[in-house]
Design a protein around this ligand. Structure first.
Ligand code: DGL
Length: 267
């Protein structure tokens, strides 16, 4: 059994394209409709109630595109709205937290995991809960890194200023003794080279985008929702406001091909 309907992927903005990149590589037969809420980004400083309301609106818009599954390509939304989305929609809903937590537990040797993300993600404690649900003994050191998203969006991916900010944020986690670091924001894979440079080889980086793509593949298989193998998947990108400079940063860094960007009005 197979199913050629698209996978709906959404994020607060353009950061979720890192998940799209991983999905395109892993599932080339799948068509993806991506919706980025560029009109209201960033979600990181917003309250859980506001993020939940926005998430429902975006998910409804993607369901109007006949999505067979919803991928929440945003840690902030995944950390506060996943149970709500799962309750409201009948298609499988896949977030980034469970997959990232699972990969971190597989990677850590000293059972001490670091997590970085937006303020909302870190405040929610979602990674700690997911990690401890599987391994009660794991130690978790978390840190909100609110300056990283603006630096990434400015395209400062390989820059002294960014390196200094990374050092400032990560020093306490290194001092705590982590051996694994979860990149708990879908923007952060764009900084993985800079972060790895600061951390050195001893620390394993867990990329939530890659692990989310693995979880999507498993979910589609479990529900017999894969597109036919002869299908060539397409990528359609829609945004809720005109794209800014960051779209070009992401396009160049990720080498993703998408044609016309559709502008979608919010309900
Ligand atoms: N890409 C979002 C995430 O993964 C962060 C950006 C935002 O603050 O909206 O949490």
């Amino acid at each position: 059994m197979s199913n050629p309907r698209p996978i709906g992927v959404f994020d607060s903005g353009i950061g979720g394209l890192t998940v799209v990149k991983a999905l395109r590589e892993r599932l080339p037969n799948e068509t993806i409709v991506y919706l980025g809420d560029t009109a209201r980004v960033p979600y990181g400083p917003k309250s859980p109630e506001t993020v939940q309301r926005y998430a429902l609106e975006l998910a409804h818009m993607l369901m109007q595109k006949n999505s067979k599954a919803l991928v929440v390509a945003c840690n902030t939304v995944s950390s506060v709205a996943l149970p709500l989305l799962t309750r409201k929609f009948s298609v499988p809903v896949i977030g980034v937290i469970q997959a990232g937590a699972r990969a971190a537990l597989q990677a850590t040797r000293n059972q001490h995991v670091g997590v970085i993300g937006t303020r909302a993600t870190i405040r929610s404690g979602a990674y700690e809960k997911a990690l401890r649900a599987t391994d009660n003994n794991v130690r978790v050191s978390s840190r909100a890194c609110p300056l990283l998203v603006p630096l990434i969006e400015e395209g400062l991916l390989d820059d002294d200023v960014t390196d200094r900010v990374i050092v400032r944020y990560l020093e306490p986690l290194l001092a705590d003794g982590i051996d694994t670091l979860v990149l708990g924001c879908t923007h952060y894979p764009l900084l993985s080279v800079a972060i790895a440079r600061v951390l050195g080889r001893e620390i394993t980086l867990v990329d939530s985008a890659e692990n989310c793509a693995t979880a999507v593949q498993e979910t589609l298989d479990r529900h017999s929702l894969r597109s036919p193998a002869i299908e060539r998947g397409e990528l359609h990108v829609a945004l809720t406001d005109a794209a800014d400079n960051f779209l070009n940063v992401a396009r160049d860094a990720l080498q993703l091909n998408f044609g016309e960007i559709e502008l979608r009005a919010l309900p």
